[in-house]
Ligand binder design. Sequence first.
Ligand code: TXE
Length: 500
Amino acid sequence: MASLQEYKTHIGGQWVPAESGETFESEDPYTGEPWALIPRCGARDVDKAVEAAYAAWESGPWAETTATARGRMMRKLGDLIAENAEALARTEVRDNGKLMSEMHAQCKYLPEWYYFYGGLADKVEGSVIASDKPDILNYTLREPIGVCAMIVPWNSPLLLVAWKLAPALAAGCTCVIKPSEFTSASLLDFMKLVERAGFPPGVVNVVTGTGKEAGEPLVTHPKVAKVAFTGGGLTGRRVYELAARGLKKVSLELGGKSPNIVFDDCIMDDAVNGVISGIFAATGQTCIAGSRALVQESIHDEFMEKLIEVARQARMGDPKLPETQVGPITTPPQYEKVLDYIGIAKDEGALCVLGGGPAGADEGGGKYFIKPTIFDNVTNDMRIAQEEVFGPVLSVITFKDEEDAIRIGNDVVYGLAAGVWTQNIKRATIMARRLRAGTVWINTYRAVSVTSPFGGYKQSGIGRENGQAAINEYLQTKSVWISTAEGSGNPFVMKVAGSS
Ligand code: TXE
């Protein structure tokens, strides 16, 4: 076996092993072989990282860095990401199994988060309040909330870090990031760029390790003021409960069971393409997966014929090759989970019309490959229609009319995204209004932008990432009162309206 690449983590501006000296292996999901050794951090490493972040925020050079200088550093980081996009993409493909073609696009666009929020850093303004009291000047300051814990999953590590880190840095916060234990390497590579961009020690720290050993001590650390989490619903709930004990500010981006709704007045080829992109892109391992295709009864047969024909041709293979369209499942537990759900769907009586199991080497598969799978005749009460699979498994459900589509579309605990395929603008507008989801795409799917708010309705999450308002997740408002009155008034009476 080739020797493993040894990584160190980054705490307080230093490259360090875990205090315990322990490491764990990271696997290449295409080959199933370990390729990297990652420090196995625990509570002591977390404490060091949070203390470093706290010092940098409270008294360190970061506290004195102007917002304009912060923005400049962030733009420098954006430039460095652009220069190193290819190398970052290669690490993520190796560690995560994402397609090189997807990572090329992602890493090329990634700098935009640091440019956008870097530009916003010195445009955070308080206001002068129109006071209802004489002799009072009252204004607000919008200040960084403090040390932010950022916990990210394995499906898109660099992108999901950017969604949190960029607004937090712009706001003037400092950060401790915990990547998934399955995909830590790309973030550690990225930290070399953070260092080169000139961020002072302690502003951005990383603790690698498991949720239990590194994640929980981070969420519960008394000096962490805010927790930004992306991951599964159960873990999100646990993180929320732990954070609540310390009354921390929390944002959660959790899973979805998004409907991709195809009306009989759609452009059929576009809709087929949109449904494919919703569920088979990124091997279905995305929170915004359009895992329920709702198809109007009148076009069901024609639509299914075309959908199966296109899905059948999806090319599985080595994620490094540009022609590959469907890659491996990223983690062994996720692989088992997807296979379990395929079994559940079959037991529930859903009709498997494509795929339905692991893909062998003759089909382009490697260690953890599952064939693009389509279940027809699904009803919305089945588990396969209600629970997040997070893999290349599509459930097709038919509907009669708009009202029926809205009812079925909304009848899940999630509300992350929805797609609608129609040429009727009136229908599109009604659907956009009535679907309970944080994002609604009309005649497109899986489009994201740094400029556009992203987040969940219902159990898909709390708070918004991206867009200008996301910076508020990392700010708190202070109200400053200055009296210009003679004397300080009656000490036993509250200074309410009209009195100073
Ligand atoms: O996520 P987890 P996993 C869904 C998807 C998937 C399921 C589990 O359905 O099958 O979640 O995936 C850290 N305290 N999504 O295991 O467990 C963990 O180490 C603090 C949806 O990846 O949610 C990792 O860094 N932290 C999703 C992060 O939480 C803890 C993306 C996410 O892990 C912790 C990925 C704890 N007790 C999976 N336990 C989306 N919304 O995009 C774990 N962690």
